[in-house]
Design a protein around this ligand. Structure first.
Ligand SMILES: [Zn+2]
Length: 415
């Protein structure tokens, strides 16, 4: 089996790996680089067949629905099959109408079931469901030519699905020749430190909500389902209902999981921001709205008793909250990667908070395994070779793991 990391050997984002066996080829992920501000086709890697006319190109396997792993799918034709989890596919499709630009939502391709192998030409693929901040995320074991390559995807051991990590570590796939291992946390966390768990995050939310006299705002991604669960649990514990918009409602529904918060739960309410109302009218999404309107409220309700609500904040709520005078005694928790905030993506929100005298606080934990957990993982799977990917610190791998081999972007090598 031949391998070429097209992108990702020394960066986080834009992950893409090309595999070849018996002249047949596959891609693992087709992500948008982190520094690419728009979904620009100029970042497409030079892979034969991506234009859809090469029969030796079998298709693309996406590890999980984060743009740094699927973002460039927007630029490939529909006839190329794209594999992913069924819920991941539903989430991309549900999100699409709400997203600006060319949001990819591939219709056809393989559907993963954890630990159930399937064949693509000479390749046998076994997906393993993993704990990550994206819902329905997988590591992928690829077998071909009698060799076994394990692609970690993005994963962690401190989320709400940490048992998935324990499960692989206790019952690991054997005889791994090569492990392509993500190392997002290297350089960001010391070897002897751990990230807070998602349950720790829940406790921190409880502390903030308890001392907030007005509305509690939490700015996080609706697609970070673990986080939405933490916010809802903390809200219930502090006598608050969780306010979501229509986008969040359809994303939660798309998980297809009855244990994940839904718009018709007693402790969840829908409040549609004005700009989304315009969108609904323009696109005729009345069925969608009706379907999620069982617990619908309007901003007057929040104005009356803001202390009874936590709002899953999205910037499009700003105008409604200002006009509805909902910010008296409010708190604002930023609960996603600090980098977005620092590089200015939310400067409008920053100014808005300042104007209303609301302080920003941060409560967050990483979607990626700590260096110590990465070590546990490698010790359990015992690969013959560890190859860095999805990291800014490939040179740190040798200090942490045995049998490290570094391969640069565009370099072709054999397993
Ligand atoms: Zn990633």
């Amino acid at each position: 089996m031949k391998v070429c990391i097209q992108r990702g050997s020394q960066e986080i984002g834009g992950s893409c790996v090309e595999l070849e066996s018996q002249s047949q080829r596959l891609l693992l992920d087709l992500g948008l680089p982190l520094n690419a501000e728009i979904n620009d086709p100029k970042y497409l890697p030079q892979v034969r067949g991506l234009e859809g006319s090469d029969p030796t190109f079998q298709g693309i396997l996406i590890s999980h629905p984060h743009v740094d792993h699927f973002g460039l799918l927007a630029h490939i034709p529909d006839n190329i099959p794209v594999g992913m989890g069924a819920a991941a596919r539903r989430i991309l499709k549900a999100a699409k109408p709400f997203m600006p630009g060319n949001w990819p939502a591939p219709e056809q391709g393989w559907e993963y079931e954890s630990e159930v192998p399937f064949d693509i030409g000479p390749f046998t693929i076994t997906p393993f469901l993993v704990d990550h901040s994206a819902y329905d995320a997988y590591a992928l074991l690829i077998e071909a030519d009698g060799k076994r390559l394990f692609y970690s995807g993005d994963f962690r051991a401190h989320g709400r699905k940490s048992q998935l990590f324990d499960r692989i570590v206790q019952n690991p796939p054997k005889n791994i020749d090569v492990m392509l291992l993500e190392g997002s946390s290297l350089g960001r966390l010391d070897e002897d430190k751990q990230f807070p768990t998602e349950s720790d995050i829940e406790e921190q939310f409880v502390d903030v909500f308890n001392v907030t006299n007005g509305l509690a705002l939490v700015h996080c991604s609706a697609q970070n389902i673990d986080r939405v669960v933490s916010v809802l649990r903390a809200s219930k514990r502090t006598g608050r209902k969780l306010v979501i918009d229509l986008y969040t409602a359809v994303v939660l529904e798309a998980t297809g999981n009855k244990h994940i918060p839904q718009s018709d739960w007693g402790d969840v309410v829908l409040m549609v921001p004005q700009s989304q109302r315009v969108q609904i009218k323009k696109n005729g999404w009345f069925d969608k709205l009706r379907q999620h309107s069982r617990n619908r409220i309007f901003r007057e309700k929040i104005h009356e008793s803001p202390e009874k609500f936590t709002l899953l904040f999205r910037p499009l709520y700003q105008r409604d909250l200002t006009r509805g005078e909902c910010l008296e005694g409010a708190s604002f928790v930023y609960s996603q990667w600090e980098g977005y905030w620092e590089r200015g993506e939310y400067d409008v929100v920053k100014r808005w908070l300042k104007k209303h005298g609301v302080q920003k606080q941060s409560i967050h934990t990483s979607g990626h395994a700590s260096p110590a957990d990465l070590k546990l993982f490698v010790e359990a799977l015992k690969p013959n070779k560890v190859v860095p990917i999805h990291t800014f610190q490939p040179e740190q791998y040798e200090q942490l793991f045995p049998n490290v081999n570094t391969h640069g972007d565009g370099e072709s090598w054999t397993v």
